[in-house]
Design a protein around this ligand. Structure first.
Ligand SMILES: Nc1ncnc2c1ncn2[C@@H]1O[C@H](COP(=O)(O)OP(=O)(O)O)[C@@H](O)[C@H]1O
Ligand SMILES: [Mg+2]
Ligand SMILES: [Zn+2]
Length: 278
């Protein structure tokens, strides 16, 4: 029923079948047993900056804090969420046309293109409409159940898919992940544009691979020079911004489905921000 869905506030239709907005917005209807409190889109300007890494860390930490967490992995262009945090049980059919999501051993629920293409070792380049259809299924035809916070690992850039997600899913906030080199450009050309056009606030900014900690003396080595993070966050009014070091422990964990157990102090302010939204 319409009134059970977080996307249907104020809808006066008797059922979703007669709902004008459901007809207009094919993403509006979710399964009756699904209630999602907050949706966070994790975006980057390009691939390889650590978007999936950050999504995995944020989702796993919120899960350890006791929240019910889902991850919707829409980026089929690189190694992704299922490989980084592991899958204890794969997705399976629900009723005839519905899906029960996968979950990892910590209980994070996951839907990912990787799970329907288990043998894909090559990056998948799908045309926009195809992947939009897949995401619609992941959103509407999946029994997510009660989710406190859903993280969406977005495709990089301003592709059709990214726009489809932003235009159709009720994203409450964006977390931007950038490397020190592309921080300025990503914020200026992507994040702020999305935020303005779609009226979605940027709730967090992550400068990933910001520095290396010297294993001998603990000094921060700023491989890419002084960070512009603070200045940029201030310019664009982004309240929560963090720097994540390059840490071999992270990449090893990511390659071995172990990212769910890794504690990264740097993300704590983001976790506080999410808790404030819930
Ligand atoms: N802070 C970091 N320290 C070490 N390795 C990292 C870090 N961030 C990302 N990586 C590694 O870099 C690669 C790209 O990260 P990934 O999250 O897949 O990027 P994206 O999703 O933006 O394409 C992965 O192999 C990942 O393990
Ligand atoms: Mg990725
Ligand atoms: Zn040193």
């Amino acid at each position: 029923m319409a009134e059970e869905q977080n996307t249907c506030d104020g809808c006066e239709a008797e059922s979703c079948e007669d709902c004008p907005s459901a007809l207009e917005n094919p993403f509006a209807k979710m399964q009756d047993d699904t209630h999602i409190r907050k949706v966070i889109g994790v975006v980057s300007g390009k691939g390889g900056v650590g978007k999936s890494m950050v999504t995995s860390l944020l989702a796993s930490k919120m899960n350890r804090e006791g929240y019910k967490v889902g991850v919707l992995d829409t980026d089929a262009t690189g190694p992704s969420i299922p490989r980084m945090i592991g899958v204890a049980e794969n997705l399976k059919p629900g009723s005839e046309e519905t899906i029960i999501p996968a979950h990892n051993d910590a209980g994070v629920k996951i839907m990912s293109v990787d799970l329907i293409l288990p043998d894909a070792t090559e990056p998948v380049i799908w045309r926009g409409p195809v992947i939009s259809g897949v995401i619609r299924q992941f959103w509407c035809d999946t029994h997510w159940g009660d989710i406190d916070i859903m993280f969406i690992d977005m495709p990089p850039g301003t592709s059709d898919v990214a726009l489809t997600v932003f235009q159709n899913l009720p994203v409450d906030g964006i977390v931007v992940v950038a490397s020190p080199q592309d921080l300025v450009e990503t914020i200026a050309t992507k994040a702020i544009k999305m935020a303005d056009e779609m009226d979605i606030p940027v709730v967090g900014l992550v400068e990933n691979m910001s520095y290396i900690t010297c294993p001998d003396c603990g000094a921060e080595i700023k491989v890419f020079g002084e960070s512009k993070l603070e200045q940029i966050a201030e310019t664009y009014g982004i309240g929560t911004f963090v720097r994540m070091p390059i840490d071999p422990k992270l990449s090893v964990a990511a390659d071995n489905s172990g990212l769910g157990q890794v504690e990264v102090e740097a993300i704590a302010p983001l976790i506080d921000t999410f808790e404030g939204m819930l």
